[in-house]
Design a protein around this ligand. Structure first.
Ligand SMILES: NC(=O)c1ccc[n+]([C@@H]2O[C@H](COP(=O)([O-])OP(=O)(O)OC[C@H]3O[C@@H](n4cnc5c(N)ncnc54)[C@H](OP(=O)(O)O)[C@@H]3O)[C@@H](O)[C@H]2O)c1
Length: 270
């Protein structure tokens, strides 16, 4: 007796149908935020682009519109619960719902532990962990109250798993915390059907890594050390990562949660 063939088997691309849904992207002025926003916009997702820089957000919003998407912008970083709730409420006002939350905001301030200031350590922790927690609290509460099965995506790093020689006590610690936040939110929200996953890249070209692509000696050494242990023999570009983001934000990943997905050219394999 033959079983009925599921729609996803007959029409596999329907697993990636996210048209008409609404997403918040924090850090939308950055390399990953921009790449993910354009990808989602091209697939018909309504976007609320969030960061602290209106000019950069306007450029990304224009690019989203160029590929046929809808985008609104909000200049606000998720520095407090009030900020996170204001971002959530602006999305609801603009688009009426929220299905995806992408946390692509983040920061690194390299500094050796015996030399660096505590304030820098705290700033990295706040940008990379606290903002994600505030956004999770604001949007997760809305999802639970409205029985919405949401999709949350965080940006971790191979540095959540590996140390680094270049003054990364704050950054590595913040990414270890991101991995943990991903797992615990997935555990807490699984009962509601919401998935929470993270992408962990190696070095990709962006403002965050610009110091590794210039003349800075430590930057050059950091980049060379990363490259030397990547089996695919190159560093990342944003389009290397957007496919994974799409998977984690679409119905294709409905049974995948609490995972840290390494998009790292094989860095963590060796
Ligand atoms: N590029 C890489 O090699 C790499 C590797 C592993 C992980 N990651 C992670 O991926 C995420 C995005 O990185 P990216 O490469 O796209 O960096 P990016 O191009 O520098 O973008 C960073 C984004 O975060 C925002 N931001 C900066 N400081 C912030 C703060 N203190 N509070 C809140 N938001 C802040 C920036 O927006 P405004 O300044 O406009 O507010 C910008 O939109 C980060 O979490 C990063 O750690 C990157």
């Amino acid at each position: 007796m033959s079983e009925e063939i599921h729609e996803y088997l007959k029409n596999p691309l329907s697993m990636y149908d996210i048209a008409g849904k609404t997403a918040i992207v924090t850090g939308a002025s950055g390399a990953f935020g921009r790449g993910i926003a354009i990808t989602l916009g091209a697939l018909g997702v309504n976007l609320m682009l969030v960061s602290g820089n209106q000019e950069e957000l306007d450029k990304v919003a224009e690019e989203v519109r160029e590929v046929g998407g809808k985008a609104a912008t909000m200049v606000r970083r998720p520095d407090s619960q009030e900020d996170a709730e204001a971002i959530r409420d602006a999305v609801l006002e603009n688009f009426g719902d929220i299905k995806m939350l992408v946390i692509a905001s983040g920061l690194n301030i390299p500094g050796f532990v015996h030399e660096m200031e505590y304030d820098d350590w705290q700033e990295v922790m706040d940008a990379n962990v606290r903002g994600a927690w505030f956004m999770a609290k604001a949007v997760g509460g809305y999802w639970i109250e409205n029985e919405i099965k949401g999709k949350m995506l965080l940006m971790s790093s191979v540095r959540g798993r590996h140390g680094n020689y270049s003054g990364y006590t704050a950054y590595c610690t913040s990414k270890g915390a991101t991995d943990s936040l991903t797992r615990v939110l997935a555990t807490e929200w699984g009962q509601y059907g919401t998935t929470v996953n993270a992408i962990a890249p190696t070095v990709f070209r962006s403002n965050l890594t610009a110091w590794m692509y210039g003349d800075d000696e430590l930057g050059q050494a950091t980049r060379a050390r990363s490259l030397s242990r990547i089996p695919l023999k190159r560093l990342g570009e944003v389009e290397d990562l957007t496919g994974m983001a799409l998977y984690l934000l679409s119905p294709a990943s409905d049974f995948c949660t609490g995972q840290v997905m390494y998009v790292d050219g094989g860095y963590t394999a060796g």
